[in-house]
Design a protein around this ligand. Sequence first.
Ligand code: HEM
Length: 418
Amino acid sequence: MNEKMPLPFNPRSPEFRANPYPTYDYLRSHHPIYYRPERKDWVLTRYADIVEVLKNPSFGRSEGGLANLMTAKQEQIHKFLSLRQESQRLMKLWLVLLNPPNHTRIRHLLRTPFTQSRIQALRCQGHASRPHIQAKVDDLIERFKDRGKMNIIHDLAYPLTLGVNCEILGIPEAEWHPRFRQWSENLSVVADLDVTPIDNERGLLAIAGLAEYFRSWIAKCRSGSEAQDNLINALIKAADEGKLSEEELLGNCIMMFAVGHSSTGNLIGSSILTLLNHPDQLQLLQADPSKIEMTISEVLRYESPVQGISRTAMSDIELSNQTIHRGEVVNCIIAAANRDPAQFPDPDKFDIRRQPNPYLSFGRGIHNCIGKHLAKLVAEIAVGTLVRRLPGLSLATASLEWEDSFLGRGLKSLPVAF
Ligand code: HEM
């Protein structure tokens, strides 16, 4: 533990981005419920406190709170005013930012493609209209196999996870927009801690671009004669039956696009990096490929692709002898909770045999990740296949750069040789 870690905690500093864990240790040991007066919010790092917050209905969402935060510089950008307003309106309807009963209604409509049994069915075989994940991974590896090098993020993780997400949504590759990648990158920071006004603007414009894209895609689906079995068509049907408003339909298509692939891509990149940094664990996995499920769980704990989630106190609440006042934001640093020694023995050790492993990386409570079984499956197939088919995998760079996001932890690029 680093006793000299400077406060205040600065999630935007490059040193913190490179290795956030000593800061988490310091906060967890010295200020587990840390109030930031300049931001008037809280930062939580203890496992037990975070589980309590995530399960307690007295902590909810200030509906549209995140979108409201993004109004700061609105008057300075007159020309984008109407786009920004629409983006904010759509974002307020995202499932992940809603409270019951709207949350319950929309989650029910979105969950079908992600149930454990549907995802299990994708594990071994594909289906005509469903992603053949193993075939996609094999195809991507085949393209680079003879070159002896590849970039795990650009050549595999991104195209794979975007492809799987678009298949679930029902968007064929020929219809992908050239700005998909830029939009997802710009959107990935909008929920960041201490987000800058410039990042806010980029995020809102990404939503505006996606709104334009999905509005015309929804119209195209509606005019199509065949009823396709995919998520967007299921949502259109729900809207036509009056179970979802038109704006909820558009807003949640954008949300499903945005949340569906970057975290899974980050998980794949972090898995390969962590295994390469722990050759004993890589050998264990190569000797016993059935350990892939436990390996991915341990990477989820050790390098959580989503580092934190936030809630708003719906009333004054006592939490471990601190009073959190109504309306105050509580930032739950799940990546810190995942390394809490009170919950995980030897928490800084990466151990693919760790059991039990109740990591919080997919959240807890009513907002727990709808895509968790899919994300784990995709990562298991991608990482399992890479270490099996390319046994001599090694890092092909001395300098690694992490994404400019606090909440989404992922590598910008991961060159490897084999
Ligand atoms: C490794 C990959 C992933 C990670 C680490 C992850 C993490 C999370 C976390 C922490 C939450 C909880 C948010 C909160 O409580 O405020 C969440 C919610 C959510 N995730 Fe994921 N996720 C991943 C992949 C996916 C995928 C592949 C999809 C869908 C295709 C998805 C869809 C969602 C949705 C819709 C929610 C909101 C659920 C609700 O509010 O009821 N996620 N995710």
